[in-house]
Ligand binder design. Structure first.
Ligand code: SAM
Ligand code: SF4
Length: 387
């Protein structure tokens, strides 16, 4: 039901707020720390302008999902969020059952703003809890404690119809037993959705430097696999099976915005460093805006948009992207859609070999999906199929 009423194709709007109070040592998202106060009024005007310019390129869409990501969107004043949502509604039709998610950091200061976000139109919150262990939170450079995070989760559950929170696992020294206990506690606190990410060492981050210097030891292949298996076992047993590599939900509670990406639908990217996929005159455009916040602001003020990339994808690129995104989902992909995009079918011999190794399977109805054995080596499976 992509558009909510089953008749409209899904269309998502992603809005990127690029500021944080401090930079976490593992994070390579487009997030920036500023000493001076952010001029939210000026940024709001720029967001409004870029929404209008984008809507002029893809008019007449019905927006089914809106996502405020970051950075830390929960640093925005509720009136800033309200102004951006108004701008979306002025430029496109908004579906009656639109999903509006805002990423929030789980501090007490931010929890105070939750009611204001709800009034502004946000109906789903995703909290960056990251760990339910105070020593791990400190090691991750987080500014909140476990108590503060759990309080924020409780306040969010009260304020919003739908909530989710993120945890990072496969942290230095983490055992499957400790992770199991943490996960049980998380599921007890969670409502309908959890995002569970394995710690990734991202190039250029302080964690990458520590890791290279031998001062940050992360779980090896076997240990990561044991932690992954624990994740799947505990979540499935407690009614939150994985619907995507890192995302778990009760039936019907998947994040509809992220499904827009993974199912290859259309979305607009607004704000510094936002990516979009727009269908214009039968072609798919891959767009990206200037990442540096103040440079983006100047571009939008001068030209009405901050676009630095606007490329038409070739059939092959579209088909590869469809595989890359779609095979992350437990539901897998429709091979016929790949064939329509690529102009050729997937290689039956490659599929046969992957099936023999029980890394992929054909579901009843013909969809191709990755198995539980295949997910830990998803990149290799996709590379093999795309070759
Ligand atoms: C845009 S970030 C977070 C939003 C919010 N600022 C926060 O930190 O709570 C989205 C999520 O990505 C995950 N993440 C970021 N960097 C990661 C890394 N290097 N490894 C694993 N997960 C990561 C975290 O769980 C984070 O909550
Ligand atoms: S993890 Fe979140 S709070 Fe930390 S720097 Fe990245 S975006 Fe900001």
């Amino acid at each position: 039901m992509p558009g909510g009423d089953g008749t409209q194709p899904a269309f998502g709007v992603y809005l990127h707020w690029p500021f944080c109070l401090s930079k976490c040592p593992y994070c390579d998202f487009n997030s920036h720390v500023r000493q001076a106060a952010i001029d939210e009024t000026r940024f709001t005007r720029a967001f409004e302008a870029e929404i209008a310019t984008t809507a002029a390129r893809v008019p007449g869409r019905t927006v089914s999902t809106i996502f405020f990501g970051g950075g830390t969107p929960s640093l925005m004043a509720p009136r800033t969020v309200a102004a951006m949502l108004d701008a979306v509604a002025r430029n496109w039709t908004v579906a009656g059952d639109v999903e509006v998610t805002l990423e929030a950091n789980p501090t007490s200061v931010e929890a105070i703003r939750f009611r204001g976000y709800r009034t502004a139109g946000v109906n789903r919150v995703s909290l960056g809890v990251q760990a339910l262990d105070d020593a791990a939170l400190a090691a991750l450079g987080r500014r909140h404690s476990v108590r503060e995070a759990l309080d924020a989760v409780a306040i969010a559950r009260h304020a919003f119809e739908r909530t989710s929170f993120d945890l990072i696992y496969a942290r230095p020294g983490q055992t499957p037993q400790a992770w199991r206990a943490e996960l049980e506690q998380a599921i007890a606190a969670a409502a309908e959705h959890l995002s569970l990410y394995q710690l990734t060492i991202e190039a250029g981050t302080p964690f990458a430097a520590l890791h290279a210097a031998g001062r940050l030891e992360i779980p090896d292949g076997d240990q990561s696999r044991a932690l992954y298996d624990t994740t799947q076992d505990v979540c499935a047993a407690r009614g939150l099976p994985a619907y995507e590599v890192s995302n778990h939900a009760r039936p019907g509670a998947a994040c509809r915005h992220n499904l827009v990406y993974w199912r290859g639908h259309e979305y607009a990217g607004i704000g510094p460093g936002a990516h979009g996929r727009l269908d214009i005159a039968g072609e798919r455009h891959a767009t990206a805006t200037e990442k540096h916040p103040e440079s983006w602001l100047q571009r939008v003020e001068a030209h009405g948009h901050g676009l630095v990339t606007d490329e038409v994808l070739t059939c092959g690129e579209r088909a590869d992207e469809f595989l890359l995104m779609g095979l992350r989902l437990a539901e897998g992909i429709d091979p016929a859609r790949f064939e329509a995009l690529a102009g050729r079918p997937l290689d039956p011999e490659r599929i046969a070999i992957l099936r023999e190794h029980e890394l992929v399977e054909i579901a009843p109805g013909g969809r191709l999906r990755v198995t539980r054995e295949g997910f830990p080596i998803l990149d290799a499976v996709i590379a093999d199929l795309a070759a």
